[in-house]
Design a protein around this ligand. Structure first.
Ligand code: HEM
Length: 499
């Protein structure tokens, strides 16, 4: 017994010494390369405010490294331009890299309780479990009838009003989400709930951008009173917060009322409420998870479908091959469904190529590290914001020669079957990977298949009958969309009079 005490003390000292030494040694390691910081302001002037993925990709050439480290105003920022590094640091080491940076503006507009913006907390894990149970591949089979109904509405809207195809594509994702989560039938593009949700999503997108809100650079500003010069963000935030609460509560309350009266359709929200006793906490949880998912659908899905229409406009030969595949599998009198998906490898390749060619989330959503880490001889300190430059990964010329060309064939083997490159990078990484990726994959594929089966998309003509040239250009930051472009969307001749 007398020996135990000194032994325990020595062991503790050794442990403390070991960890202190390791930490000190780690602290002597360099950070990954990157632009030289200025005193006080660090790299604040180096951080681009738009289409930053291009700049970050260029940095790899300048600093001869796929990992780049910058420090704007004391914030540690690591940019990963290669898939291999992101896979190691964000997938394999995701226990350490699944946090989210604190975003004061998100908090002020009331979005900090939504899955995508929460820290790695037990509550976030609960969100993920609920989403996994309701949006896993197996669970989604029960929603296929909703997807088919909504895709038919999308096709009908495009057929009757082709000029506004972007508006129709924008309403498609939320219409599905509203239906599956709340049993709410959103049909009109100008449904007030949709308009208000779009407004909140716009604000959230702005809040994710560097430099739009000063309060995100200097978080202490959030303590300024509203009347203080420069504190105008408080008013804007309060407006958005009101709408956030409204769009969170309205469809939810309706679903709950229907549940209590035994009317209405079952939905994911009513399922969640049946599982638990409906107390305030459980209701708040269900509300936050559902609205967070609804917001996540909108821009990402519509940006993908816009890019798909742009790709078809620019690549008529791709369209022809896909239409022939659809004809061979389902004929010309019925529309393709998700049951046909396994039999259409070329269309699957179009789906993968669209998300590679025009990743809607070129920089994913930033993660943060919990503890110091060492990788390839570099120190990645605790609290580093880690950004996966998905755009750079999709431009890896070794893997994707001539990366700017839209070529679905890259995902096919010579015998026309799909190859093994099935990881869709734009869904992100590790434990934070998009919680709706299976739903997104199904509704995006279904829309692509139905648009191809129903329409011919081509360049539009000007008043003199000349083709209007289209240059693929992308705008946006948190979500990248094709810039507005002209195209002609015409019902395929064999369907005229049917729709
Ligand atoms: C093409 C469509 C979509 C794209 C490109 C996309 C992309 C992403 C990305 C990049 C992230 C962050 C991943 C990371 O942190 O590494 C994310 C997170 C998320 N997505 Fe998606 N998404 C899409 C559609 C959807 C849909 C349809 C839903 C739900 C119905 C959804 C729900 C979510 C949620 C809840 C998160 C937060 C996950 C977390 O932080 O734990 N997304 N998505």
């Amino acid at each position: 017994m007398a020996y135990y005490l000194p032994l325990a003390v020595c062991t503790s000292l050794l442990v403390v010494f070991y960890f202190t030494k390791v930490r000190q040694d780690r602290r002597r390691l360099p950070f990954p390369p990157g632009p030289k910081p200025w005193p006080l302001i660090g790299n604040v002037l180096d951080i681009p405010t738009s289409t930053s993925w291009y700049t970050y990709t260029k940095w790899s050439k300048i600093y001869n490294s796929n990992m780049l480290y910058v420090n704007p105003f004391g914030q540690k920022l690591l940019i990963l331009n290669s898939f291999e590094d992101a896979e190691e640091l964000m997938d394999v080491r995701s226990a350490n890299s699944s946090g989210r940076p604190f975003n004061p503006m998100m908090q002020l507009i009331g979005l900090d309780a939504h899955t995508a913006f929460m820290g790695k907390t037990p509550l976030w894990r609960k969100h993920r479990t609920m989403l996994r149970q309701s949006l896993g591949k197996q669970a989604l089979i029960r929603q296929h009838h909703v997807f088919e109904k909504k895709v038919a509405e999308l096709v009908h809207k495009i057929a009757t009003d082709p000029g506004n195809f972007r508006g129709h594509c924008k309403a498609y994702g939320p219409a599905i989400a509203m239906d599956v989560f709340y049993g709410y039938d959103l049909v009109d593009n100008d449904d007030p709930l949709l308009i208000q949700t779009l407004k909140v999503v716009d604000q959230a997108t702005d809040a994710l951008l560097p430099g739009v809100f000063l309060v995100n650079t200097f978080p202490f500003l959030r303590y300024l009173p509203r009347w203080f010069p420069g504190a105008g963000f408080h008013d804007r935030a309060a407006d958005t917060r009101r709408i956030t609460v409204h769009i969170r509560d309205t469809p939810f309350d309706r679903a709950v009322k229907n549940l209590s009266q035994g009317v209405g359709r079952p939905s994911i929200v009513t399922e969640w409420l049946r599982q638990d006793k409906v107390d305030e906490d459980c209701a708040k949880l269900a509300k936050d998870v559902a609205i967070g998912a609804l917001e996540a659908v909108i821009e990402t899905t519509s940006a993908t479908l816009d890019a798909f229409c742009l790709a078809l406009t620019l690549n008529p030969e791709v369209q022809k091959i896909a239409q022939e595949e659809i004809r061979q599998v389902v004929g010309t009198t019925v529309l393709p469904t998700l049951r046909d998906r396994p039999f259409m490898p070329y269309l699957e390749a179009i789906y993968r190529e669209t998300l590679r060619w025009a990743p809607p989330t070129p920089l994913g959503v930033p993660h943060t590290t919990a503890e110091d880490d060492v990788y390839n001889g570099y120190l990645i300190p605790a609290g580093t914001v880690v950004v996966a430059n998905i755009w750079a990964m999709t431009r890896n010329e070794k893997k994707y020669p001539e990366p700017e060309a839209f070529r679905p064939g890259r995902f096919l083997d010579p015998d026309g079957t799909l190859n093994h490159d099935d990881r869709v990078l734009t869904f992100g990484f590790g434990r934070r990977i998009c919680a709706g990726k299976d739903l997104a994959s199904e509704i995006v594929w279904l829309a692509m298949a139905n648009i191809l089966a129903t329409f011919n998309i081509s360049k539009a003509n000007d008043e003199n009958g000349n083709e209007i040239e289209v240059l693929p250009k992308f705008i946006g930051e948190a979500v990248s969309h094709p810039a507005p472009f002209e195209c002609a969307i015409k019902l395929r001749r064999e369907l005229e009079g049917v729709l």
